[in-house]
Design a protein around this ligand. Structure first.
Ligand SMILES: [Zn+2]
Length: 380
């Protein structure tokens, strides 16, 4: 049996440190893994900075400093989703059939391991002339506070690669999200005398039918890489008792936007649509301000980032596809702050967040080689 590659051992070490986002009940945060990443990088002689984001939660920036005019940013996240409900040991990474199993194996510790080990190898060979930063950020699985703090520090780069499980394909577009609450109001009455009340749940039924129509209209639009925008009603709540005419009903609505669609404008459009439907005019209907707004993103296929990553992939014998995905990521924050970004990393998104998360070791090894090759490509 061949010895395990250093990047695979590093990935095992990273999985063994729980870093569940504190938005989950079993979440202890990223402190321990941040300490580990910082120490691993420091031992390899890399530049290390810590950046406080939230209480006890810090981004770790690891760098090779070359020319300030030429900077590549490798960015990925240290947090994971909950380990509850997993059918394998989440933090005791096992290897089987060339795969490493555990929480975060593919999302996104495989990317973190590949990026960190690449920097260690690049540094070992001496300065590549350009500056390469690895930003291992916190809080990607919930509030995107890590990447926002990173950007507020004024970090600049010619382009960024966001490490997410893309199956070693180059992702240049993803959707955005806008989420909020819609409420109908009625008048409460005893259900033995329903004519004295006004039923908010029945009002919501009319709203839901209208929303279904709205979603069907959205689906007529088609983006070549990510498909259609969508609207999904995800939660419903209403009424105060089994013998009362309900005076309120509330739904949560999740609208997925196209890469270049303004999510706030999309929410306003939904609001206008509901306000203009004749069968809803007599209702007391409240469309609240959105609770979550994430932009989509799209990068040109001709951009420097795509050309360079493609060249690096080809140098290691990889033929990646250039694709779009439906999930949101840190990349849109980078793009909106003037840093062209694409997504690239080992592992398949199908295994992310699952009860039996894993990644193929070979993909992690190849990803590391791609990141190393980027450093030695001709000057930007
Ligand atoms: Zn992720």
């Amino acid at each position: 049996m061949s010895a395990l590659e250093p990047v695979a051992r590093l990935l095992q070490d990273l999985i063994a440190i729980p870093s569940v986002n504190p938005c989950f009940s079993d979440g202890k945060g990223e402190k321990e893994i941040a300490d580990f990443v910082a120490e691993y990088a420091r031992k390899a002689g890399l530049e290390v900075h810590r950046q406080p984001v939230l209480e006890g939660r810090e981004n770790v920036l690891v760098g090779i400093i070359g020319s300030k005019d030429r900077t590549i940013l490798l960015e990925t996240h240290m947090d994971t989703v909950t380990a509850e409900g997993m059918t394998i040991e989440p933090f005791n990474p096992q290897i089987k059939d060339g795969k490493i199993f555990g929480r975060g194996a593919c999302d996104a510790k495989a990317s973190l391991a590949a990026m960190l080990q690449a920097l260690v190898e690049i540094a070992r060979r001496g300065s590549p002339g350009k500056t390469i930063w690895l930003a291992a950020v916190v809080d990607e699985e919930n509030g995107f506070n890590g990447v926002q703090q990173l950007l507020s520090s004024g970090l600049k780069a010619d382009y960024a690669i966001v490490g997410e499980p893309t199956s070693l394909n180059i992702v240049i577009a993803h959707k955005g999200t806008v989420r909020g609450t819609i409420t109908t109001r009625g008048v409460s009455a005893h259900s033995s005398q329903p004519e004295k009340g006004s039923n908010a749940i029945m009002h919501m039924a009319r709203v839901l039918t209208a929303l279904e129509r709205y979603d069907a209209e959205l689906r007529m639009r088609l983006h070549p890489l990510v498909g259609s925008p969508t609207l999904t009603v995800t939660m419903i709540q209403g009424g105060r008792g089994a013998n009362l005419v309900p005076d309120f009903c509330q739904v949560k609505v999740d609208r997925r936007t196209l890469p270049n669609e303004d999510p706030l404008a999309a929410w306003d459009d939904l609001k206008r649509f509901l306000q203009s439907q004749p069968e809803l005019l007599d209702l007391t209907l409240e469309v609240e301000e959105p609770e979550l707004v994430n932009w989509g993103m799209e990068l040109s296929e001709d951009s420097l980032a795509v050309r360079q990553v493609l060249a690096a992939c080809q140098q290691v014998g990889l033929q990646p596809q250039i694709v779009g995905v439906r999930y949101t990521s840190d990349a849109s924050f980078l793009m909106r702050n003037g840093i062209p970004a694409l997504l690239f990393g080992p592992g398949n998104i199908e295994q992310a967040h699952t009860a039996e998360e894993w990644v193929e070791i070979e993909q992690v090894v190849i990803a590391q080689k791609v990141f190393e090759t980027l450093a030695s490509l001709l000057p930007l």
